[in-house]
Design a protein around this ligand. Structure first.
Ligand code: ZN
Length: 541
């Protein structure tokens, strides 16, 4: 049998009832050329010309190789040569392209192995349909097929190159195939399309583009969030929604731009250190260190050496030179927390450092310049401390060039839930627990509580609740008891509620706290069981 003996009517087996279609012995599909053209367009748009070309060339190659493999045993070929030519004949019969011999010669030993012209290439036609004339040849699948078929049929690496193409305006496509060693250097740029690397490069280009888009989206989201909640929302790590804290952060941001000292005041646990950190992050010193020291936690005898350092032998136990926190914070920010606890002997030295901008290590006679921005924080009323002669007035004025008073949590209830949710997410991640949020009852309870310990108390309570939570959300029972039982404390006239409502909330929370045991609840409330039943009935619980 010869390649030219292949006959469409004999090859194509059609089941009259429909279903599977066979060509030769292989199942084939009838696909509309435009559908394939659309797929091709998608690939080009997604991967770019190079990526799409690599993908289709590799697809064609695998198809060609398989076809040669199958045809070899499917028919009793007169010679190996007939089998080798059958690939082109098959493509013609299948309507992909009309393969013919070029005018300048028939099959001859002197001509390259895959020397043919292609007319009516479906691939060129589809490219022209979707993209118009190309700058380069476009019959990538067909070229890949020819390379794969010939490589298998000749048992050696053969690559085909389309030298002319209908897709770039030539009258016909012209294909030349040669063994790889005959091509020499000229084949190198074409080989890239047969290799995975080329596709990987195209895909990494797509990934990079996705990352760029993601970054643009992120930036846009931040812009939108800032526009929605005011400029202070950029300090979102502080989870601030209250107007009071927005104003604080606004002020902090402006203060960050100058190097003056700042005194942060406010109750214990309100988050003064977070605001200090925010000032540092927003300042030109952000690349430098941020160091916080709790002056109240360092014994008086060690505080001076802690802050300013010491030389070896300066005092008993000083076995080597030591750098103090002022030097360690050089170029950055030093937060002196609990400044109200600093003893008078150290206060005077601090004042000198702030005035001279240089420190002297304990046991040393020379001064060392330091470039540190000092922030101080206290929960004490320093004015009262001055009156009681426990704090130096000159140091106070030196520190409070700008004073920022962080309000207690009960005066900015809008921040409670955003903070609680942020602490919850952080605690869940840290402890590996799958706690995803708060039940409405728990959220309600967090809002009613007075938070004397402020943000720190909230953080501790939420963290504990995450550890103890029975379900996937934190419920009232998971909260510390004093919070779970809390009744609202009126912070302003607007918060005052009818007594009956407060009573109802309190009684139901007590019943819940004792696990629904009404006798026990009545005893704890100091009322009769019958009274409790009557009240619960009134509340409809
Ligand atoms: Zn072409």
């Amino acid at each position: 049998m010869r390649a030219t003996d292949l006959d469409l009517k004999e090859l194509l087996q059609v089941d009259p009832a429909g279903g599977i279609l066979r060509f030769g012995h292989e199942r084939v599909l009838l696909l509309d050329a435009v559908a394939l053209g659309l797929l091709r367009r998608e690939l080009i748009e997604m991967l770019g010309m190079t990526g799409a070309r690599a993908m289709l060339t590799r697809f064609g190659y695998a198809h060609g190789w398989r076809t040669a493999e199958n045809l070899r045993t499917a028919f009793p070929w007169d010679s190996e040569d007939e089998w080798r030519h059958a690939g082109g004949r098959l493509h013609t019969l299948q309507g992909l392209v009309r393969v013919g011999a070029p005018e300048d010669g028939q099959r001859s030993g002197t001509l390259p192995i895959g020397n043919s012209i292609w007319e009516d290439s479906y691939e060129a036609e589809q490219h022209l349909l979707h993209f118009g004339p190309a700058d380069e040849t476009v019959c990538w699948t067909l070229t890949g097929f020819a390379s794969g078929y010939l490589s298998r049929a000749h048992g050696r690496e053969i690559y085909c190159v389309e030298e002319r193409c209908r897709g770039k305006g030539d009258a016909v496509c012209r294909l030349v195939g040669r063994p790889v060693e005959e091509w020499g250097e000229t084949i190198t740029p074409h080989l890239a399309f047969y290799h995975q690397k080329c596709l990987d490069a195209a895909l990494s280009h797509v990934t990079d583009e996705l990352k760029r888009v993601e970054r643009r989206l992120d930036a846009r989201r931040r812009e939108l969030a800032a526009a929605e909640t005011g400029p202070a929302a950029a300090g979102s790590s502080l989870h601030v929604e209250s107007p009071a804290m927005m104003r604080i952060l606004d002020l902090a941001r402006r203060v960050a731009q100058v190097d003056s000292t700042v005194l942060l005041t406010g109750e214990s646990g309100v988050g003064k250190e977070r605001v200090a950190r925010f000032i540092h992050d927003q300042s030109a010193r952000t690349a430098g260190p941020f160091i916080a020291v709790n002056c109240g936690a360092v014994p008086e005898s060690l505080l001076e050496s802690e802050l300013f350092g010491h030389t070896r032998g300066a005092f008993t136990g000083a076995t080597q030179d030591r750098v103090g926190l002022f030097e360690a914070a050089n170029g950055g920010t030093l937060l002196l927390d609990e400044i109200g606890e600093v003893p008078p002997s150290v206060q005077v030295k601090l004042l000198r450092v702030l005035q001279e901008r240089e420190i002297r290590r304990v046991g040393e006679n020379r001064s060392r310049p330091v470039n540190v921005r000092v922030l101080a924080a206290t929960n004490r009323d320093l004015v009262a401390e001055i009156r009681g002669a426990r704090f130096r007035q000159d140091l106070y004025y030196r520190l409070r060039v700008v004073e920022i008073t962080v309000p207690p949590l009960r005066e900015r209830r809008e921040d409670i839930l955003p903070l609680a949710r942020a602490f919850l997410a952080a605690a869940a991640t840290r402890t590996g627990r799958t706690v995803t949020g708060l039940t409405p009852a728990a959220a309600h309870q967090l809002l009613r509580y007075g938070w004397p310990g402020n943000v720190r108390e909230l953080e501790n309570a939420v963290e504990r609740a995450v550890v103890l939570a029975q379900g996937s959300r934190v419920d009232v029972d998971d909260l510390p008891q004093d919070i779970g039982l809390a009744t609202p404390s009126p912070a302003g006239v607007g918060d005052i509620r009818p007594l009956a409502e407060v009573e109802r909330d309190y009684i139901t929370s007590v019943v819940r706290a004792v696990g629904g045991n009404r006798a026990q609840a009545a005893a704890k409330l100091g009322i009769g069981t019958a009274t409790l039943y009557r009240k619960l009935k009134e509340y409809g619980t």
